[in-house]
Design a protein around this ligand. Structure first.
Ligand SMILES: [Cu+2]
Length: 374
């Protein structure tokens, strides 16, 4: 599993898989709209495919217990999680990238809890004092009087008390923290936590401040779904990188107001890596897909291929092996997701004797629709 694979063009993929799906071509990213033109971006097509194993975020352990805010006689799990700056390799052949994340990781560690089991999280801001992405001080909430680096964590989808909701104006600065209470009086779900700071959410998110939060319950237990290493969160998000492997965030032509209305990266990360692979066993898996800030995502799911506008999750079938994955990928059904969505896709990998999943970015530009070189 250490050799690279040749890039697979979409046409090649579709031809070889015998599938032509109407509407796929409609999803093209216009580089003019992204403001990326003329910038020295990382050449993604030159990167080897499938050389990095898919990372799976660690499950966060509580640092102890504390009295429950609702019932001080009972002790509940207490977690402490710091936002920090760190460097991480997004690909074997790309220099380490400066990122912000929770607990020195992006996506941050995964919370695991059960319905009705409350917990406390101390969200600690240990970020540096300067932001490394372009703040627009004319944007509401980010005026020049405000500190550049501010953070507040919102648990997306949680029924949380107002004080713990992570409202955009409730931010705190480096050196400060906030203790949030999550009662978890809700059904099993995959939630996610992310920065929510007024005026700079987009930048803090782009820098990497997000992670997964799982609530389980009895009903879910009864479904007998794959668990443990067979249950894998897949967090998908788009970014742009410069040639040095650093995050690139486009700006408007106005230096006084660098904000741009929308940003679409050409590099797709899956759990923090570009083109990772995942070795799998011939059995059922439960993939829990969190799509973070795509303009639109299409999932060809149900059996074995998720296709996002810029990503294909290819599966190699057994007899041919990993070196010819494109001949064996089979897109099946179609569902649409918009940004900040979560999807569940139990994959009956067993029926197909699959042994690896390959995360392939789909080619973005019109020229990529030409027949494959060679
Ligand atoms: Cu949210």
């Amino acid at each position: 599993m250490t050799e690279g694979f040749p890039p697979v063009t979409r046409r090649e993929f579709l031809q070889k898989s015998g599938m032509l799906v109407a509407g796929m071509a409609a999803m093209q990213v216009d580089p003019h709209r992204t403001g990326l033109i003329g910038r020295p971006l990382l050449d993604l097509n030159a990167l080897a495919r499938f050389v990095d194993p898919l990372p799976v975020s660690a499950i966060l352990k509580p640092s102890g217990t504390r009295p429950s805010p609702e019932n001080p006689a009972s002790k509940i799990p207490y977690y402490k999680l710091a936002m920090r700056e760190f460097s991480s390799k997004v690909h074997r052949d790309v220099k380490p990238t400066r990122l912000w994340g929770f607990g020195n990781a992006s996506p941050g560690p995964t919370f695991e809890t059960r319905s009705g089991e409350p917990l406390l999280v101390d969200w600690v801001n240990e970020l540096p004092k300067a932001h490394f992405l372009p703040i627009d001080h004319s944007v509401h909430g980010a005026d020049t009087g405000k500190p550049d680096v501010r953070a507040v964590t919102h648990l997306h989808g949680a029924k949380a008390p107002a004080k713990s909701d992570g409202y955009p104006a409730d931010w705190w600065v480096p050196g400060k923290s906030a203790l949030y209470y999550y009662p978890n009086h809700q059904d099993a779900a995959m939630l996610w936590y992310h920065d929510h700071t007024l005026g700079i959410t987009r930048l803090n998110m782009y820098a990497g401040l997000f992670g997964v939060f799982v609530i389980r319950d009895q009903f879910e237990d009864g479904l007998n779904l794959p668990k443990g290493k067979y249950e894998i969160p897949l967090t998908l998000y788009d970014r742009s990188f410069d040639r040095e492997g650093q995050l690139f965030y486009p700006v408007s032509p106005d230096p006084e107001s660098p904000w741009v209305p929308e940003v679409f990266g050409d590099a797709i990360l899956v759990n923090g890596k570009l083109f990772p692979y995942l070795e799998v066993e011939p059995r059922k898996y439960r993939f829990r897909v969190l799509v973070v800030r795509f303009q639109e995502a299409r999932v060809f799911g149900g059996i074995e291929v998720f296709a996002f506008p810029q990503i294909l999750l290819l599966i190699a079938l057994p007899l041919v092996g990993l070196h010819e994955p494109r001949k064996n990928a089979v897109p099946v059904s179609h569902l649409r997701r918009r940004e900040f969505r979560r999807a569940e896709n139990p994959l009956p990998v067993r029926e197909h004797g699959v042994h690896a999943l390959l995360f392939q970015r789909r080619h973005l530009r019109q020229r990529a629709l030409q027949p494959a070189r060679g």
